[in-house]
Design a protein around this ligand. Structure first.
Ligand code: AKG
Ligand code: FE2
Length: 201
């Protein structure tokens, strides 16, 4: 049963290609440095809150939602109203669309300020995304671990280190039969910006 994690000195071996297509150095170092700086400065980052056990807690990261139209999108108990595309977002979107062979009409951005920021286990299975959506995830800055586990069997688990300038294309039934997280880290972590491009109806 050697399907399980394939953590080997932090590098992931064989992700299932029908679920995840990982492309390191999708953006060059210089592109990544420039884009990260621009995104930090120009995106309307927001501290969202989440209702948990009757308490209002801060989401452990900053988020922002940009896209084509004025449709609202519900995620983690929050409703997002998209801001219009910026020049940097359109540049990234165009590159990602080329690689994925698909168009996207919105992007959710996450700013993980340090190792204490995270995203808990979840699937992006909102009905607006349709069945087996393709979601393209771009990472800049600090390398963070991305874990995937099967909903019915948590031992069936994959991890990949999402590097600066990388693209991870999530597809197949990943959002239906699997869930994913970016765990907190006790190691000192610098800032990371993640963008997940989506097509919502
Ligand atoms: O930061 C990441 O790599 C994942 C973010 C994520 O899962 C999401 O925004 O739905
Ligand atoms: Fe997600």
């Amino acid at each position: 049963m050697e399907q399980l994690s394939f953590f080997d000195g932090g590098q992931s071996l064989k992700l299932p290609p029908e679920l995840m297509d990982y492309r390191p150095n999708f953006f060059t170092r210089d592109e990544s440095t420039g884009l990260m700086q621009k995104l930090k400065a120009t995106i309307a980052w927001k501290q969202e809150t989440i209702q948990m056990y009757g308490k209002l807690l801060n989401t452990p990261r900053l988020t922002a939602w940009y896209g084509d139209n004025s449709k609202t999108y519900a995620f983690s108990g929050n409703k997002y109203h998209p801001f219009p595309w910026t020049a940097e977002l359109l540049f990234i979107k165009q590159r990602v669309e080329q690689a994925a062979g698909l168009a996207f009409n919105s992007v959710l951005l996450n700013d993980y300020r340090n190792g204490n920021d995270s995203v808990a286990w979840h699937a992006d299975d909102e009905p607006e995304l349709g069945i087996n959506p393709v979601i393209a995830s771009v990472s800049f800055g600090q390398v963070r671990r991305f874990d995937v586990r099967h909903k019915q069997n948590h031992k069936l688990k994959y991890s990949v280190e999402l590097e600066n300038g990388s693209l991870l294309i999530m597809k197949g039934d990943l959002q239906h039969n699997w869930e994913h997280q970016v765990p907190k880290s006790v190691k000192t972590m610098k800032e990371r910006i993640n963008l997940t491009f989506r097509m919502i109806s």
